[in-house]
Design a protein around this ligand. Sequence first.
Ligand code: MN3
Length: 251
Amino acid sequence: MKEARRDFLKKSGLLGLATLGKSLFGNIDPMALYTLENSLQEKTFFVLPELPYTFDALEPFIDKDTMMIHHGKHHKAYVDNLNKALTNYSGSKNLPDLLRIASTLNPAIRNNAGGHYNHTLFWSLMKAPSNTEVNEAEGDLLLALKNTFQSTEQFRKEFSEQALKVFGSGWCWLVLNAEKQLKICVSPNQDNPLMDVLPIKGKPILALDVWEHAYYLKYQNKRTDYIQNWWKLVNWQKANQLYLEAIKDKE
Ligand code: MN3
């Protein structure tokens, strides 16, 4: 399996990237360079944000090869194809504006704008594991989860069940809706709860990519194991920050 992966990386040109990884991230604090806002503010053309950690930082729960392909190939393709699709687009190219009117956009813009937003958020909501336990929620979000779902165990159970049930490619979300209630919802493809297309809408607090490309190299068809291990990577500090911003938001 190791050999096969190496071969695949060599063929896909990612082996060079692997050796570059250290020098790309070695001497800088990626968190200092990276904020979601940097890539989401009004820009005519979008750029692929750097990961807020090294490609192997999420090992052993998400492997380095998966991260390199997921970020360097999949996310990059969403950014490149979004830029292409927007070439002759005359409306606002602000990413939140695009998401808000997703139902009116052509599929190339809708899918790639969603892909860029969703992945940027997804990277920011994970961090290197400190042990092999699930990470516990933090701050006001911890209290809100307990109020809404009785316990964080119950919340993880309900979220995991919905993530497992997504048919085909899609995402599972924790959102704060317009009534300031926490809700779990799912989306197909690269749609998300900021778009005017889902039955449950709201500000994303947590995002889980359940496309096969997110886990297949390591987990093959075992999505349940991927979901269970993802709880060990959740960056609850970031999730709590998104929750506090969403609670304050007057929109
Ligand atoms: Mn993905």
